[in-house]
Design a binder for this molecule. Structure first.
Ligand SMILES: [Zn+2]
Length: 204
């Protein structure tokens, strides 16, 4: 069993290799499947955005069986995301959950646009995402309303990541019990599309 701190170190080291271009090229081609046919033991769970520029395994230089990844636009927390994390944490004993947002997130920007100008033509399904991002972002508009667009989007992205961490931490009895028993740690992180670096919020 890999403890949360050790899992964080593995992710930090992997992202450093990715940024440096010093990745393990054999990961993708290696025939891991045989070793994993009897089960999996992922050392971290990652809730990330679906954005095509944020391929989770690549940015952490990880391979088959390493990460249990859930991707949804805007890294929002809905029942199916909570259920996926409950499943992985309970079934595999994975101790670390990372909510990985990223710079210039389209779901966050769409929500900011929506708050600026009410739009009614979104499908109910797309609305289900925007409506989950919106509560995190409304307070940001109050504090950063006069900031330039870049700062506003940056603050909104971070608020959305923190909101997902908060929602996961209190959205499920199973996860709460694991957290209370020191068996699960949930941290937010932001991937920079510009630099490739992941900043973990616990480093602040
Ligand atoms: Zn995104």
């Amino acid at each position: 069993m890999i403890l949360a701190n050790d899992a964080l170190t593995k992710l930090r080291d992997g992202n450093r290799r990715f940024v440096a271009g010093d990745v393990d090229a054999s990961i993708a081609s290696r025939a891991h499947q045989a070793d994993l046919s009897n089960g999996q033991n992922p050392f971290a769970i990652v809730l990330a955005c679906s954005d095509s520029r944020v391929p989770v395994e690549l940015v952490f230089d990880q391979g088959f069986g390493d990460l249990f990844v859930i991707r949804v636009a805007g890294n929002v927390v809905a029942p199916s995301q909570i259920g996926s994390i409950e499943f992985a944490a309970s079934k595999f004993g994975t101790r670390l959950v990372v909510v990985l947002g990223h710079s210039n997130c389209g779901a966050v920007i769409a929500t900011l646009e929506e708050l600026a100008l009410e739009k009614t033509h979104r499908s109910p399904n797309l609305r289900a995402i925007v409506d989950r991002v919106r509560p995190a972002i409304e307070p940001v508009l109050e504090t950063h309303g006069n900031s330039d667009e870049h700062s506003l989007i940056g603050a909104a992205v971070r608020a959305n990541i923190n909101a997902s961490v908060e929602r996961l931490s209190h959205g499920s009895l199973i996860l709460e019990q694991l957290i209370d028993g020191d068996e699960l740690t949930i941290v937010g992180a932001e991937y920079s599309i510009e630099t490739g670096q992941v900043e973990f919020f616990d480093e602040r």
